[in-house]
Write a protein that binds this ligand. Structure first.
Ligand SMILES: Nc1ncnc2c1ncn2[C@@H]1O[C@H](COP(=O)(O)OP(=O)(O)O)[C@@H](O)[C@H]1O
Ligand SMILES: [Mg+2]
Length: 213
């Protein structure tokens, strides 16, 4: 992938995997030698706390209002090769501000009817931002907490396919992801307990970011 890029994690719902993906994407870029920073735009601060524990060398900024995002992100773009913005739950002002500055919105989505409804709302707000900006941001749905032998997960994947933005290969429901969050670690630091999750997470990140800008 060439050039700098801002990837933002957006959804109207909490608990769908925004912070999990934000922290792992940031750390993954850092491992590849990129100058990357995490912007935590959620007042709960879970991804900034998590990443400071897991990888204290990575710069973490907390920008927690629409004004802070709109004023701060353009300058940070000059300073870092890549920015990862972890959004709050909800599609209020902050999320809309993020959509005005981001290159790419990742929309994580869990396997329930409520999750699907939330993702559909997020897509609608992305389309509004595209209309305002006459083009960007690019957007990709990222299914999460999948249990592919369960009907709901298969139905989710089919329903996501109907929405007017691309879908990525998703993450399965795995204890290792929850353990990583609980321990302030990355799945690739969990040793054999995290091996399957590591392969899956790296596959998703590589599949998305490896595709280029
Ligand atoms: N694929 C997964 N399998 C199991 N637990 C997960 C998975 N993805 C996220 N979690 C857990 O679900 C909770 C919510 O995830 P998080 O990334 O914090 O979501 P959000 O930032 O959207 O609120 C956390 O406890 C996290 O560890
Ligand atoms: Mg979060």
């Amino acid at each position: 992938m060439e050039g700098s890029m801002i990837v933002s994690l957006i959804n109207s719902k909490g608990g769908v995997g925004k912070s999990t993906l934000a922290v792992h994407l940031t750390a993954w870029w850092q491992r590849q030698g990129k100058r990357v920073a995490l912007v935590d735009a959620d007042t709960q601060g879970s991804s900034s706390t998590w990443l400071r524990e897991a990888a204290p060398e990575i710069p973490v900024l907390r920008l927690q209002s629409a004004d802070e995002i709109l004023d701060g992100v353009p300058g940070l773009c000059q300073e870092y090769e890549h920015l990862v913005v972890d959004g709050p739950a909800g599609l209020a002002e902050i999320s809309r501000a993020i959509l005005l500055v981001t290159d790419w919105a990742w929309l994580p989505c869990g396997p329930s009817v409520l999750d699907l409804r939330a993702a559909t709302e997020a897509v609608r707000v992305v389309l509004q931002a595209r209309q305002i900006r006459q083009g960007p941001p690019r957007a990709t749905l990222v299914p999460n907490k999948l249990q592919l032998h369960h009907r709901l997960s298969r139905e989710l994947l089919a329903a996501l396919g109907e929405l007017p933005v691309a879908s990525a290969g998703g993450l399965s429901l795995r204890q290792a992801y929850a353990d990583a969050a609980g321990q302030g670690a990355l799945v690739w630091e969990l040793g054999s307990r995290g091996r399957v999750a590591t392969r899956e997470m790296m596959g998703v990140l590589h599949g998305l970011v490896g595709q280029g800008a």
